[in-house]
Ligand binder design. Structure first.
Ligand SMILES: [Cu+2]
Length: 666
């Protein structure tokens, strides 16, 4: 089964999953291990959630996937890179909803506005198999909401608390659910508060604190046997977030995410499920340097992003075909400004629009067909097309950009197409698959219209380029796996050949706005760039109680002689798990080789090889009908001081960290 196929299977099984949580549990467990790697189970009390630190951030969950790297600018709001590519190249959605961050410096990826209590799983698709919710190059990450479903469970809930010693992070969370045959609701609340963390050896990393809370609610009502309505809201509010790798912090990052959906099962023998959703979300991001003792000039940099959209998704089965069709669209407005306060009261403050109120519209259609040719062979075809428009609404912003691009148009429309094909062969315990895909994306707001956006990595001010063409990606992928009761192994590789690769290049003709900057870079397109990803993972059931697993990941990225930045060096990890009844224990090791192929042109310095060790244990107690789970562990056991390729400006990672998670379910 390919990831696409399992994705569709999950979509088809969605109505079944919502029927009852017990059923859902059973259903998940029936997914073969090799497929689970593209689904990260997040629900805290789900049997498939094997993570010991269940109350880790969503970022902590995503990081375990072989296709994902998390770029860290501090302890909060890590940026997910998919297949070695930055967020402009992937589509990150919450239950299929498009959301855009409001920070010009990538301090607020979509993933920072949800909490683990909001979600049941994250669904990861590589390359064009992830084009269902919008045009992509790298693929997609869909964060799936937790839904109690219709059942006769009545009231139940859980209380979570956690403590981590390195930054004295305190976590408190509750989740309350009610389910009946006709109605369900889930309300949850999560609070996290952390001080500065300490690197290995005890050095305090200043400006790495954060505080956040998240409230969410979801409710569903069954209109009749086959039709249901649901509504969902998430409110996420982070304050006093420090970014030690950046010159500025965040005083407020806030999101409101709301949606309403209508679902119709068994529309006809041919159409299994029809779901239509309308959504709206708004993000506010306020950057702040008032806590930094020394800055060359004080700055205020707020940003706002608002997105409204819809999708209407049909899926069904007919003979050998399992199909899916999705019509989706969104309208986004992105506005960000910067005020530089003069140190000399006689001089005027300087104001500019860093995102000049850019309005973006996208609407697209995507279809997918899985054909089971016979017991051994199956194929997956996908096809999609969309229309993308960007318009600069602010006249002052438009005039400012016209200084660099006198011919520039106020509005720009692009057609974005995607197509892919995959063939799979399975015989007994073996599975082999190979695929090819082609996709296009439009330049992101910063790439097209950003105005003097300072990048603290290479210390250049970046100016967007509204006259760029589409970025076009041709991909090849292959997967092979062997799965038996005691042993499984999976090897995966993909190659992306990207034409018109968008990247900033120095322009010596312009002078920077930021004091101390190295110069100005303007977004341009490289005729071609290649990105290669490979991973190998294996698990072995040594005895009934001991499970050994290991993985290794390798990436490469270059354009001719130019190396692309933020590409993971050869990394590895291994875990030994022990399970006896309700007790589990785990020892793990993770590390990377020296990063020899770093990109000096982008200000990258090499990250040294490292190895860190972690241990943890958990015990579940049954108290009448209630469940108490205690999980504890030590991360970076040897208190190693290290920094990886993914650490912005090479800020050191957390040193020894003792954590304890307590979960009480009633
Ligand atoms: Cu920011």
């Amino acid at each position: 089964m390919t990831p696409q196929f399992s994705g569709v299977l999950l979509c088809l099984c969605f109505p079944l999953i919502t029927k009852a949580q017990q059923d859902a549990t059973h259903h998940h467990d029936s997914i073969p291990h090799a497929q689970l790697e593209n689904i990260i189970v997040i629900a805290q009390q789900h049997l498939s959630n094997k993570k010991t630190k269940v109350l880790s951030s969503l970022d902590g969950y995503l990081e375990n996937n072989n296709a994902v790297n998390m770029i860290k600018r501090g302890a909060y709001a890590w940026e997910p890179l998919l297949n070695g590519m930055a967020t402009e190249r992937s589509v990150i959605t919450i239950d299929g909803m498009r959301i855009f961050g409001a920070c010009t410096d990538k301090m607020d990826p979509v993933t920072s506005y949800v909490e683990i209590t909001n979600l049941s799983k994250a669904d990861i698709h590589s390359g064009q198999s992830g084009a269902a919710n919008g045009a992509t190059v790298a693929g997609s990450i869909d964060l799936v909401r937790k839904i109690p479903g219709f059942s006769d469970r009545g009231f139940n809930g859980s209380v979570f608390t956690g403590l981590e010693t390195s930054n004295m992070q305190k976590i408190a969370s509750t989740s309350l659910q009610y389910a009946s045959g006709r109605f369900y609701t889930d309300v949850d609340f999560t609070y996290r508060d952390a001080n500065n963390y300490k690197a290995g050896g005890g050095e305090e990393i200043l400006y790495s604190q954060f505080t956040k809370y998240n409230i969410s609610g979801i409710a569903g009502i069954k209109m009749n046997e086959h039709q249901q309505l649901s509504a969902s809201v998430i409110y996420d509010n982070a304050t006093d977030v420090g970014y030690p790798a950046l010159p500025m912090d965040v005083s407020l990052a806030r999101a409101f995410i709301g949606s309403a959906a209508y679902q119709y099962h068994h529309v006809s023998p041919f159409i299994e499920n029809w779901e239509t959703k309308f959504y709206y979300n708004t993000v506010t991001h306020i950057m702040d340097d008032s806590k930094r003792p020394e800055v060359p000039i004080r700055m205020d940099m707020p940003g706002w992003a608002k997105t409204g959209g819809f999708y209407s998704k049909l899926s069904g089965a007919e003979g050998k075909h399992n199909w899916l069709a999705n019509l989706s669209g969104y309208y986004n407005t992105s506005l960000a400004e910067m005020t530089m306060f003069s140190n000399n009261p006689a001089e005027k403050d300087m104001f500019m629009l860093t995102w000049p109120d850019v309005h973006s519209f996208y609407s697209g259609i995507f279809i997918e067909d899985n054909i089971a040719i016979n017991n051994n062979w199956s194929t997956v075809f996908t096809l999609g097309a969309g229309i993308n428009n960007n318009t600069v609404k602010d006249e002052q912003g438009l005039e400012s950009l016209k200084i660099f691009y006198p011919q520039m148009q106020k509005s720009n429309t692009r057609l974005l197409n995607n197509i892919s094909a995959k063939v799979n062969y399975r015989k007994q315990q073996w599975m082999l698959g190979a695929g090819i895909g082609y996709g296009e994306r439009a330049p992101a707001v910063s790439e097209a219209y950003g105005y003097y956006l300072f990048n603290s990595f290479d210390r250049f001010d970046y100016i967007g380029n509204p006259e760029m063409k589409k970025e076009r990606s041709l991909e090849l992928n292959t997967v092979s796996s062997f799965t038996s009761k005691k042993f499984s192994i999976k090897a995966q590789a993909d190659l992306f050949r990207i034409s018109g690769y968008i990247i900033g290049k120095p322009n010596p003709g312009f002078s920077p706005m930021t004091i101390g900057a190295n110069g100005v870079k303007v977004y341009e397109q490289l005729s071609q760039a290649m990105i290669f990803n490979a991973s190998l993972s294996a698990t072995c059931q040594l005895t009934k109680a001991f499970l050994l697993s290991g993985k290794t990941v390798y990436r490469a990225g270059r354009s001719g002689a130019l190396r692309l930045p933020l590409i993971q060096p050869l990394s590895y990890g291994t875990t030994l798990q022990y399970q006896l009844k309700q007790f589990t224990a785990e020892a793990s090791m993770e590390g990377a080789l020296d990063q020899t192929r770093y990109s000096a042109a982008f200000g990258e310095t090499p990250a040294k090889a490292y190895t860190v060790f972690n241990i943890s244990a958990s015990q579940q107690l049954n108290l009448h009908n209630h469940k108490l789970t205690i999980k504890a562990g030590i991360e970076n056991l040897l208190d190693k001081y290290y920094s990886t390729f993914a650490d912005w400006n090479r800020i050191p990672r957390m040193g020894r960290n003792i954590f304890i998670n307590v979960i009480y379910g009633f």
